[in-house]
Design a protein around this ligand. Structure first.
Ligand SMILES: [Zn+2]
Length: 156
């Protein structure tokens, strides 16, 4: 099976049902683990992209967050959000057909916009990121995590 072609077929079906033109298939070896399409026309959820739908389904069905032995096939070039989820899941390869430039021409330019924004120094990006140092009087979640992690290591 040509998985990219299949992802494109899923995307076509999704457009015919009123959705965005994105489909994805996650494959482990020669087995399809999950299929998905963009769900923005069904849910108030900006994370309902095809690739994230597929990652959620795969992690639930395989009962793991580690998808490093899986390959992503997407109809469109992944946006930064989905690409980042692939980093966290350990996915090493993604095949795609339609570029973020083609998406932009269809009126779906956010992926390109975010890629360009992320390439800028943080102080020049569209989202204001304001560092607020931790108050030493409060319990420090990072320190707490480090302590628990150390004690876990010792108990092994
Ligand atoms: Zn995405």
């Amino acid at each position: 099976m040509n998985y990219v072609e299949h992802a494109l077929e899923l995307a076509v079906e999704n457009v015919k049902e009123g959705g965005h033109p994105f489909g994805a298939v996650l494959v482990q070896g020669d087995k399809v683990i999950a299929e998905g399409v963009n769900q923005l026309h069904h849910r108030f959820d900006v994370t309902a992209h095809a690739e994230l739908e597929v990652i959620r389904k795969a992690q639930e069905s395989l009962q793991t967050q580690d998808l490093s032995d899986c390959t992503m096939y997407a109809s469109g070039e992944p946006c930064p959000m989905c690409l980042t989820a692939m980093y966290f899941a350990g996915i090493k390869t993604v095949y795609y057909s339609q570029s973020i430039h083609e998406a932009e021409e269809a009126g779906l330019g956010m992926a390109k916009t975010v890629y360009m924004d992320l390439a800028k120094p943080s102080e020049q990006r569209k989202i204001n990121m304001i560092h607020t140092p931790h108050e030493s009087t409060n319990e420090d979640p990072m320190e707490l995590y480090k302590q628990q992690n150390e004690s876990n290591t010792h108990s092994e």
